[in-house]
Design a protein. Structure first.
Length: 90
């Protein structure tokens, strides 16, 4: 039942996490290179540069999403007293 009530927390957290992750990636990339990050379909970009941008972006987005998901679950637990997800296997 708590999963149904948690859905709005999860959706809001995902949207905010996406915005924060995009800003974080842009900031990191600007420290690496003055140009925009390359897209995979750009013909003249070196593969190493495309892979660096892709791996960095994926890591930033995954870490940010995990952080926001975890914090949304903690906030939900504080409000309701119930953890929205799998219980400990202890």
């Amino acid at each position: 039942m708590s999963r149904i009530f948690f859905a709005p927390f999860s959706i809001a957290g995902s949207l905010i996490a996406g915005l924060v992750a995009r800003k974080a990636f842009d900031g990191l990339w600007s420290a690496i290179d003055d140009e925009e990050p390359p897209e995979a379909g750009e013909e003249r970009e070196p593969l190493a540069r495309v892979l660096l941008a892709t791996v960095l972006q994926a890591a930033v987005f995954a870490a940010t999403r995990a952080l926001f998901d975890r914090q949304a679950r903690r906030a939900f637990q504080k409000l309701t007293g119930s953890w929205p997800g799998p219980k400990d296997k202890a």
